[in-house]
Write a protein that binds this ligand. Structure first.
Ligand code: AP5
Length: 217
């Protein structure tokens, strides 16, 4: 499987990508996670990305294209991958198509996780992520056993800086303007599968599993 997970901020792309990647032995590539790691390490990429991310805008295409191209060249990606949060513009989709054509590994499916806007704010404002292993929780829909502590590794749970409501509203605006056109783009290529992301996490997982294999969800 070579998949793209598409959807607005807070739709559940990361939650579902982690589950499916583990189940199917795929590499989970989240540009958001790669960029946050680069910022935490103070790398040149992190320094370039920080101001765009803090403001809820998109990091320039050439920065994320290089990150993905380098990561897709690593041997583990040959077994299959889930791209979570990439591509996010038509220019990134074109760059990705070029990379995958060169490797003769075209996408097998693009899974769109659709969620009503009013839920997205509640999901993002309640999100907590493990600073050590990246596991994703939610204060009400997926709480950890001990408040502030990761069930899996005991790491500290943090709130993302860009989950403040005013930044989230900007991320949603940018999604509609720059990323939503990818729905028609991949629809025209016959690659798109839509999943109702408004359902509880387990129901969405079942639908994503079917959609990723190409069956109607
Ligand atoms: P990124 O980290 O990719 O953020 P995003 O796409 O905005 O998506 P999120 O991570 O916010 O949400 P998600 O859909 O993964 O939801 P999650 O599973 O966590 O990008 C951040 C920034 O980096 C961007 O703004 C941009 O600046 C930059 N960037 C990244 N990629 C880029 C690119 N390609 N080009 C340029 N710039 C780029 O779930 C959310 C919450 O809801 C969690 O708490 C979860 O527990 C809960 N939840 C999930 N599913 C359900 C459910 N079914 N029911 C109830 N609760 C649920």
């Amino acid at each position: 499987m070579r998949l793209v997970f598409l959807g607005p901020p807070g739709a559940g792309k990361g939650t579902q990508a982690k589950l499916l990647a583990k189940e199917e032995g795929l590499v989970h590539l989240s540009t958001g996670d790669l960029l946050r790691t680069a910022i935490a390490r103070g790398t040149p990429t992190g320094l370039k990305a920080k101001s765009f991310m803090d403001a809820g805008g998109l990091v320039p295409d050439e920065v994320v294209d290089v990150l993905i191209e380098e990561r897709l060249r690593e041997p583990d990606a040959r077994a299959g991958f889930i791209l979570d949060g990439y591509p996010r513009t038509l220019a990134q989709a074109t760059a990705l198509a070029r990379m995958l054509a060169a490797a003769r590994t075209p996408l097998t499916r693009v899974v769109l996780i659709e969620v009503q806007d009013e839920r997205l704010v509640a999901r993002s404002s309640g999100r907590r992520s493990c600073a050590s292993c990246g596991a994703i929780y939610h204060v009400s829909s997926k709480p950890p056993r001990r408040e502030g502590v990761c069930d899996g590794c005991g790491g500290r749970l943090d709130q993302r800086a860009d989950d403040r409501e005013e930044v989230l509203r900007e991320r949603l605006r940018v999604y509609r303007e720059k990323t939503a056109p990818l729905v028609a783009h991949y629809g025209a290529q016959g690659l798109l599968a839509r999943v109702n992301g408004d359902l509880p996490i387990g129901d969405v997982t079942r639908a994503v599993r079917l959609a990723s294999r190409g069956a109607a969800a």
